[in-house]
Design a protein around this ligand. Structure first.
Ligand SMILES: [Zn+2]
Length: 239
């Protein structure tokens, strides 16, 4: 029985290593997802700023065109001033000129406002563009690293799985079938260590006699909470 339990502990170590490797891959995947998310947030901000810049440029151009049109009209009216015959016509022209000058002032205000928005937005776009480049580089590096690790870890996990199969084959048919039944329902963590008097799988607080039985290692001990096989933390060098 001692030898069988040793084998189970080896199995548990192999499972732990497999889980650790899988955890490493998951952590990398999380990094990649986070960077991609940050990258897309920057891209969205960049798109918004570009749309803002386009709108400001449009308003700026529109204002300039209106200013030009008003100026032409003004010149026309000012020339007419010397040609009018009556005082009424003269006064009417003066009113037109005054009104046009007010309009020019308003368009100039709009042009100035648009220009200020352009300046600020252009600075934002430049800054966001740089951030975007940095993120894109980081994201590429993280993806490359993920691919590499997935490949390397894949090879190591495959080796661990083969070692695991070797260990499983050395178990007695009875223990093996128990193990495989549990494997189907619990996945890869079938054999768990006792941690501070509790099951390392479901954290069920084990009665002292269960803990003692695990330490004696003369029979298979199952968690009363989840049914997993319990072992001590030490591996093969059990005295
Ligand atoms: Zn348990």
């Amino acid at each position: 029985m001692r030898q069988q339990i040793d084998l189970l502990q080896q199995l548990r170590d192999l499972d732990d290593q497999i889980q650790t490797f899988k955890g490493q891959v998951r952590a990398r995947e999380t990094d990649v997802r986070r960077t991609v998310m940050e990258e897309s947030l920057i891209r969205e901000a960049l798109e918004r700023e570009k749309a803002k810049l386009d709108a400001a440029k449009f308003r700026h151009r529109d204002a300039n065109q209106n200013i030009d049109a008003c100026q032409m009209q003004l010149k026309h009216f000012e020339k007419q001033l010397s040609d009018v015959k009556t005082n009424t016509e003269y006064q009417a022209l003066l009113r037109e000129i005054a009104s046009l000058k007010t309009k020019v002032g308003q368009w100039e205000e709009q042009a100035l406002e648009a220009m200020e928005i352009e300046e600020v937005t252009e600075r934002h776009i430049e800054k966001l563009g740089k951030e975007m480049q940095v993120k894109a580089k980081l994201s590429q590096a993280e993806k490359t690293q993920l691919d590499q690790e997935v490949q390397e870890i894949g090879v190591q996990v495959e080796q661990l799985r083969m070692a695991r199969t070797g260990v499983v084959e050395k178990l007695t048919p009875q223990i093996r079938s128990k193990y495989e039944r549990l494997s189907k329902s619990k996945g890869e963590t079938v054999i768990v260590a006792v941690v501070d008097g509790a099951c390392g799988g479901c954290h069920y607080s084990l009665p002292p006699r269960t803990g003692a039985a695990v330490r004696r290692a003369d029979q298979l001990v199952f968690c009363e909470g989840c049914g997993r096989i319990l072992v001590t933390v030490q591996t093969t060098e059990v005295p």
